[in-house]
Design a protein around this ligand. Structure first.
Ligand SMILES: *Cc1c(COP(=O)(O)O)cnc(C)c1O
Length: 466
């Protein structure tokens, strides 16, 4: 194809779009140099702190004349200087681990391909890859033949889509959603977006291990039936946000079956444990769910965002979200990605998930999961239980606070300790739970060694005696 030059945009050069006629030297140079900056930034992580103290202020507005490569690289460097550093071994605050190398590369390729999962003709191979990879997850989790899923940009969206599918399946407009009081805040957003009544989200008590209390669930379900109110879904959480607790999935599934209610499992945190046979018992009963949210971005190191909604019966996605896409050719294989979920145009996030899992291999997945649990067990052992209240579920999260029952004491101690630890290169978070402030440690960072944990425990112990 020949385009006459006079139709091309009058840029300071045509460099801004890579040449379709040859390997573009500017693109090549740009990628090499940007990659160098990035590799350096990651490679210098342990010399800094997880949360940088400088906040560089790059110019925001584009200038009249566009910037060349040098200026753009300087801009990028400024942003990198002020960025949170997940590769620091002391980055232990949240479910945001360092990225796998393959997923960084795959994200770059994804940007270059610029395909669109909206429709098959805009992403032929990738649409199929997503279909197949969701199938692999379903199989691994023990879901039946007709299961399947769709990727979503975050667990908030996966949960919302799960509840919309549940409501479509129930064939009603309004109803109640039951979950534990430790369920994720995204369920409140889902209820709001779905236009459910204010009190539609019913939060039930948890047991001392942090799991949903079964007796409370049973009586809530019985009450709803007696009052003729519709229960849209029970949401069980497999890995709560503060302590990593897992609801009793088997017991909940039995109650749901008995009452004919949809079971959605928010396994954003814990679902990945079901991928590794020796630890799959942590997710016992997960295979009985009607829908499952799972976030590979939270522990496996897949670059953000990486979440998925898996359905026991895949056709229910189409029932809930199909609109017809009159401006698109019908797909020859699978459904259009845009008819399986809420998102229209979306990137091929499947690429990095697929490549990251291929890089780890099953054994690598196992070792990420096992080592996270080992770190948690080790830290727990290093902390003085006579002085500290330690709270965890079965997963790789640990929350702690002084034993004194005075909320003012825990508020002050956690704040002071967090600040001290930050200066020493450890970033913990400080959630509120049970009327107290806690320090929360997420042990999914593969760079955290036993000597880091010893140092961390030493600093915490010292804060208790001071
Ligand atoms: C993180 C999380 C979510 C939300 O996922 P995002 O990717 O942050 O939108 C939902 N549920 C649980 C239990 C979570 O931990």
């Amino acid at each position: 194809m020949h385009a006459s030059t006079d139709l091309r945009p009058d840029l300071h050069s045509l460099d801004s779009f890579a040449s379709p006629d040859q390997t573009d030297p500017v693109l090549q140079d740009f990628l090499h140099r940007a990659a160098d900056l990035l590799c350096h930034w990651i490679g210098a992580a342990s010399q800094g702190v997880p949360l940088p103290t400088v906040r560089p202020q790059p110019d925001v507005a584009p200038m009249a004349a566009g910037l060349g490569m040098e200026g753009l690289l300087k801009d990028l460097q400024l942003v990198m200087d002020g960025a949170y550093q997940p590769s620091h071994p002391g980055a232990l605050a949240h479910l945001d681990p360092p990225p796998l190398t393959a997923t960084i590369a795959a994200d770059l390729i994804c940007a270059g391909l610029n395909n669109n999962l909206l429709a098959e003709e805009l992403s032929p191979g990738l649409t199929d890859l997503e279909h197949q990879l969701c199938g692999w997850f379903c199989q691994r989790l023990g879901l039946p033949e007709q299961s399947g899923g769709v990727l979503a940009s975050g667990g908030t969206l996966s949960n919302l889509m799960g509840l919309v599918v549940a409501r479509t399946d129930a064939g009603v407009r309004d109803g109640v959603v039951l979950c534990s009081r430790d369920a994720h805040v995204s369920l409140q957003k889902a209820a709001t977006v779905m236009g459910l009544a204010d009190e539609a989200l019913l939060q039930l008590p948890v047991d001392s291990d942090g799991g949903l209390n079964l007796a409370a669930l049973e009586s809530a379900l019985v009450d709803l039936r007696r009052d003729g109110r519709c229960c849209l879904a029970v949401v069980a959480t497999a890995g709560t946000t503060v302590r990593g607790a897992v609801d009793p999935l088997n017991g909940i599934a039995s109650l749901c079956r008995r009452e004919g209610v949809w079971l959605h499992v928010d396994a954003a945190i814990g679902g990945v444990f079901a991928l590794w046979e020796p630890l799959a018992s942590l997710m016992k009963g997960l295979h009985q769910a009607d829908s499952i949210t799972l976030n590979p971005q939270k522990l496996l190191g897949i670059t953000k965002t990486s979440s998925m909604l898996l359905l026991r019966d895949r056709s229910k996605l189409r029932q809930a979200f199909s609109t017809g896409l009159p401006y698109m050719e019908s797909p020859c294989g699978d459904d259009h990605g845009g008819e399986l979920g809420l998102q229209g145009t979306r990137p091929a996030e499947v690429l990095k998930l697929w490549l990251g899992l291929r890089q780890l291999g099953i054994d690598g997945i196992g070792s990420v999961l096992e080592s996270a649990l080992e770190r948690k067990a080790m830290l727990k052992q290093l902390l003085p239980e006579d002085r500290l209240l330690l709270m965890d579920g079965g997963l790789h999260l640990l929350a702690l606070r002084p034993r004194q029952d005075d909320p003012a004491v825990s508020a002050r101690w956690t704040e002071q300790t967090r600040q001290l630890l930050m200066r020493q290169g450890f970033l913990l978070s400080r959630p509120r739970y049970d009327d107290h402030h806690w320090l929360k440690v997420v042990l999914g960072n593969p760079h955290t060694t036993s000597s880091h944990l010893q140092q961390l425990a030493g600093l915490i112990r010292q804060q208790l005696t001071d």
